[in-house]
Design a protein around this ligand. Structure first.
Ligand code: NAP
Length: 243
């Protein structure tokens, strides 16, 4: 019988464990512990870091994990690099469930930047009404540009106020809807969106809304990840496990 560990924190991981549970394949879902109220899941959940690649390798061995699936967010570069290394050390079969990046379509006005510091640098200039769709981890960096008004959409209320003098917080979690996102952008008179190129459907609504309203997007490219076996759909993960 397989014993699967899914590294999660994404809609794809949640969908994968639902499919594994439905197929009667034993799995554990692992969260970093960033979100305060994770949704109930149909499989056992463990929460918190493993202690680097070595800690994860020890977990794989100690818990006799037969399959490791990295279904974390494409910007979670540390855990993804650790997963590759740990699977190799422990000799555990490994697969990544990833999302293709978004690509600009006709009507999109994207400016691509390689990382968060480049996104911050690109915001030099006169005041704008910016929707900062990045999650709470990176808000502090944007304190370099206090001249803008920032609309922040976060999963949990921040424990300390963001260092942005003019901001408005909305607490909500995906998946989002393009009509609702367009209404939100209009209500806040948004003139620029800053987004990570996450890919997938859960957070795409803001890009559809931006295209419709002609709002430019500052798109942050993904961090580099090691070469690894990867698939884009849940059925392919199930095939790999049951092969
Ligand atoms: P990260 O920088 O790659 O990871 C930092 C550390 O957090 C890792 O070294 C690991 O600690 C721990 N960790 C990360 N994901 C874990 C998991 N699924 N289970 C157990 N430990 C985990 O990751 P991050 O960017 O902070 O993201 C953290 C989590 O949020 C990820 O699970 C990711 O899927 C989710 N998420 C991230 C983003 C994003 O934009 N980065 C967006 C949505 C969701 P140890 O070294 O101690 O093992």
């Amino acid at each position: 019988m397989p014993n699967i560990l899914v590294l999660g924190g994404t809609i794809e991981a949640t969908r994968l464990v639902a499919a594994l549970a439905a197929a009667g394949l034993p799995a554990t879902l692992s969260y970093a512990g960033r979100v305060e109220r994770p949704k109930p899941q149909p499989v056992p959940v463990r929460i918190g870091g493993f202690g680097g690649a070595q800690g994860l390798a020890a977990y794989l061995r100690d818990n006799k994990i037969t399959h490791l699936v990295d279904a974390t967010h494409p910007f979670a570069a540390t855990i993804s690099a650790n997963a590759v290394q740990a699977a190799e050390h422990a000799g555990t079969p490994f697969l990544a469930l990833t999302r293709p990046p978004w690509t600009a379509r006709e009507g999109d006005q994207w400016t691509r930047v390689p990382d968060i510091p480049a996104a911050v640098a690109a915001l030099d200039g006169p005041r704008k009404n910016i929707m900062l769709a990045l999650g709470r981890m990176h808000l502090a960096a944007f304190g370099h540009h206090p001249q803008h008004r920032y609309l922040l959409r976060l999963v949990d209320p921040p424990q300390t106020p963001p260092p942005l003098p003019d901001h408005h917080i909305i607490i909500d979690r995906g998946p989002f809807d393009a009509d609702a996102d367009a209404a939100l952008m209009q209500a806040h008179d948004i003139t620029l969106i800053v987004a990570k190129n996450a890919g997938g459907t859960g957070a795409q609504a803001k890009l559809v809304a931006a295209r419709r309203l002609g709002i430019p997007v500052l798109m942050i490219d993904r961090p580099p990840l090691p070469d690894r076996a990867q698939v884009h759909d849940i059925a392919a993960v199930l095939d790999w496990i049951t092969a």
